[in-house]
Design a protein around this ligand. Structure first.
Ligand code: KIV
Ligand code: ZN
Length: 512
């Protein structure tokens, strides 16, 4: 019998970060990793070190600074990948090499051009090499659900004989149905020794990632690979918050539990959403803005007399608490740093100075700032590179029903101040046009998302944009009391990001 603890393996920073358009900076990755540690995930997959120099450095920083979870890194079963992963992870307290190869006929023939025997040899050699660095080795058979069962079990046995202690069953293409996936996990569980932990990794192409992961748990899996807000390749991965709250709410029926501090779920979801630019749909289970809203009169009446009439989870359990006011315009640097520390956010040196300057600007225009406002300010600051190429000094707009919208921006680059103006379809469009002219960077707006950080007409506007600059997707975030200014900030942040990415000597990025 497997034990009753389901290990939560978070892959937000690896598979999640492979979602189109997401490109987190190193500081953003570390911030998310620290929040995942507060959430108390068991294993944190920090990245795929061989894929680029930037990715390697991010994994290295997370491994050496984030305490609590086991830090994992992905590697193909090839020596170069495994050595690089070990090098990146070395600074961690506890670490895991997660190594993989495809095992389905279609992947082996059309992608790897390897025979069954070659794949088995590669697994044996790869896992052995990984075990020479650490005794915590996970093996994944990519495209397991489309692999012939006999061969899949042979691959897993070779991996276990070579020293792997976790065996992952990925539904890489999101093709399986819950009854099939559950049966597959049961067969894998039965074929392998008890000390080996069976893991699921389900993609959401048919909207079944959570259901399949749950079927895996019911059939003996004791690790689930998940991503915050369900982000990941294509339609994404099994959503962390959904599987976490299923286990929390229905744990008795399932006979399992987990170690997560669910009160950190809401904050983790917001942080990931704002840093990736992937917004959460309002009716998303657990973390959607409507997930605990009761619209019908009958429901409202019921919930007022007894919450349990229509709520199966306590919103407090996921950290959906009142938005506490923490600071106002008279608060000083010390109070600001203190409030951030209470939120578990550490900013130092120049970053702290810049975030404090932004806080002061905003506090002067808004009477009081809440915890969520502070998170948004820090999110904007983290999105900016260590050294921004262009800084927004001012944006002035004019227009109306019968006046063509026009914007003038002043941008600073070093000691130089650049002024440019543009007309547009609207004030935001005009401001973006003026920024394009001032920076000389051609960009196409791919997505534009505006939300208010808190409620009320004095709420901060929070804008996330995704741009296409020379075929590369970049995101930017801006926060301001005015939505045109927030948009201009977001747009400029994305352009700065594009310039930084272009300047970085990373070479081509490889993704699994
Ligand atoms: O989807 C997949 O198969 C993966 C593996 C690398 C685990 O992400
Ligand atoms: Zn995956």
């Amino acid at each position: 019998m497997p034990d009753d603890v389901v290990r939560i393996f978070d892959t937000t920073l690896r598979d999640g970060e492979q979602a189109p358009g997401i490109a987190l900076t190193r500081a953003e990755k570390v911030e998310i990793a620290e929040q995942l540690a507060r959430l108390n995930v068991d294993i944190l997959e920090a990245g795929f070190p061989i894929s680029s120099e930037g990715e390697f450095e991010a994994v290295r920083e997370i491994a050496s600074s984030v305490r609590g979870p086991v830090i994992a890194a992905l590697a193909r079963v090839t020596p170069g990948d495994i050595e690089r992963a070990a090098e990146a992870l070395r600074g961690a307290e506890r670490w895991r090499i997660h190594t993989f190869i495809s095992t389905s006929d279609i992947h082996m023939t059309d992608m790897l051009r390897m025979s069954h025997g070659q794949v088995l040899d590669a697994i044996r050699e790869g896992v052995k090499l990984a075990v020479s660095y650490t005794d915590d080795v996970e093996f994944s058979a990519q495209d397991a659900t489309r692999t012939e069962l006999g061969f899949l079990l042979e691959c897993f046995k070779v991996a276990v004989d070579a020293g792997a202690t976790t065996i992952n069953v990925p539904d890489t293409v999101g093709y399986a149905m819950p009854h099939e996936f559950g049966e597959l996990v049961r067969r894998v569980r039965e074929a392998l020794p008890e000390h080996v932990v069976i893991s699921t990794h389900c993609h959401n192409d048919l909207g079944l990632a959570v259901a399949n992961s749950l079927a895996g748990i019911v059939n003996g899996a004791r690790q689930v690979e998940v991503a915050v807000n369900g982000i990941g390749e294509r339609a994404g991965n099994c959503s962390l918050e959904e599987i976490a709250m299923i286990i929390r709410t229905r744990g008795q029926a399932l006979g399992v539990r987990h170690h997560l501090n669910t009160r950190e779920i809401m904050r983790t979801s917001r942080l990931v959403s704002s840093l990736t630019g992937y917004t959460v749909q309002p009716n998303k289970a657990v973390v959607g803005s409507s997930a605990f809203a009761h619209e019908s009169g009958i429901h409202q009446h019921g919930v007022l007399s007894n919450r349990a009439t229509y709520e199966i989870m306590d919103p407090l359990e996921i950290g959906l608490e009142g938005n506490r006011i923490v600071l106002g315009k008279h608060s000083g640097r010390h109070a600001f740093a203190d409030a951030l520390a209470k939120l578990g956010i550490t900013l130092e040196g120049e970053r702290l100075n810049r975030a404090f300057a932004r806080f002061k600007e905003l506090a002067d225009r808004k009477i009081q700032l809440t915890e969520q406002d502070l998170e948004a300010i820090v999110g904007e600051e983290l999105g900016a590179g260590a050294e921004e190429t262009f800084v927004l000094e001012s944006v002035v707009v004019g227009g109306g029903t019968h006046l063509e919208p026009r914007a003038t921006v002043h941008l600073r680059r070093g000691d130089e101040v650049i002024q440019e103006s543009a007309m547009g379809d609207g004030l935001i469009d005009a401001a973006m046009g003026a920024i394009q002219r001032a920076t000389g960077v051609e960009a196409r707006l791919v997505t534009f998302n505006v939300s208010s950080v808190t409620g009320g007409s004095d709420a901060l506007g929070d804008v996330v944009v995704q741009l296409d600059v020379e075929g590369r997707r970049v995101t930017g975030r801006g926060v301001a009391t005015d939505v045109v200014e927030a948009s201009a900030r977001a747009y400029l942040a994305a352009i700065n990001r594009a310039l930084q990415v272009k300047a970085a000597p990373t070479g081509e990025r490889v993704t699994p």
